[in-house]
Design a protein around this ligand. Structure first.
Ligand code: PGA
Length: 252
């Protein structure tokens, strides 16, 4: 696999459009010399329209509906997201699954719609603390992936994000060994569902910050990050992107 590592910022429900645009401009200026990393901004829907990004910078939506249009009050379709110039859509984030009760079936429909519209899904999976403590982590990952990937023939356009729910926004990061094992489990599960598929990236998410990024990006199987809190601040987000760039440069 010859894909650049990814540093993706999930802004969640933060930053008004103007604030977001100037944030993105500032980051692109500060990271002009970045070559070995893809940087993704995922603003709220209102910030997607007219966001001005150029590779290696990309934009992403945080959610979508699977139908292209229709009577779905409050929803946004993938073709609308595509029209705004976005390349990626985050699907099945734990906040969507837990707060908004999104089912695996919905996650799957969204994933299929993203792929059919020619965009790249970032499919989030991860266990709760209870599930980890009762030894169910691998089973949860298996269920989420098996149900999320129903009807998919190829994984090559998908990115998987491993985000242990207990590490999101808590300041608790999973230990390196836990991350390595979970990423290996995801690789094995996807490869068994999709007959040997291995040409996809797995991001880690959960309290990534400028202090732990260098350590985490070197964990085996980690191809980048999905970052919440630390993606909202110019200094911490650029520092994480630079760290990943530096580690990647040493590899090539
Ligand atoms: P966090 O969020 O970095 O604030 O833990 C990660 C995420 O929700 O994707």
């Amino acid at each position: 696999m010859n894909k650049k590592p990814i540093v993706a910022g999930n802004w969640k429900m933060n930053k008004h459009p103007k604030e977001g645009f100037s944030f993105v401009d500032e980051i692109q200026d500060l990271l002009l010399d970045i070559n070995h990393v893809s940087v993704i901004f995922a603003p709220p829907f209102t910030g997607l329209f007219e966001m001005n990004v150029n590779p290696p910078f990309y934009s992403a939506a945080q959610n979508c509906h699977w139908e292209n249009s229709g009577a779905f009050t409050g929803e946004i379709s993938v073709s609308m997201i595509k029209d705004c110039g976005a390349n990626y859509v985050i699907i099945g984030h734990s906040e969507r699954r837990h707060i908004f009760k999104e089912s695996d079936d919905w996650v799957n429909k969204k994933l299929i719609s993203v792929i059919n519209n020619g965009l790249n899904p970032i499919l989030c999976v991860g266990e709760t603390l209870d599930q980890r403590e009762s030894g169910q982590t691998d089973q949860v990952l298996h269920d989420q992936l098996e149900k999320g990937l129903v009807g998919i023939d190829s994984i090559k356009d998908c990115i998987i994000a491993y985000e242990p729910v207990w590490a999101i926004g808590t300041g608790l990061t999973a230990e390196n060994k836990q991350i390595e094992l979970a990423h290996k489990a995801i690789q094995d599960i996807v490869s068994s569902i999709l007959k040997g598929a291995n040409d996809f990236q797995i991001l880690y998410g959960g309290s990534v910050n400028s202090g732990n990024a260098e350590d985490l990006i070197q964990v085996s199987g980690v191809d980048g990050f999905l970052i919440g809190g630390a993606s909202l601040d110019v200094e911490s987000f650029t520092s994480i992107a630079r760290t990943v760039e530096m580690v990647q440069e040493k590899k090539i």
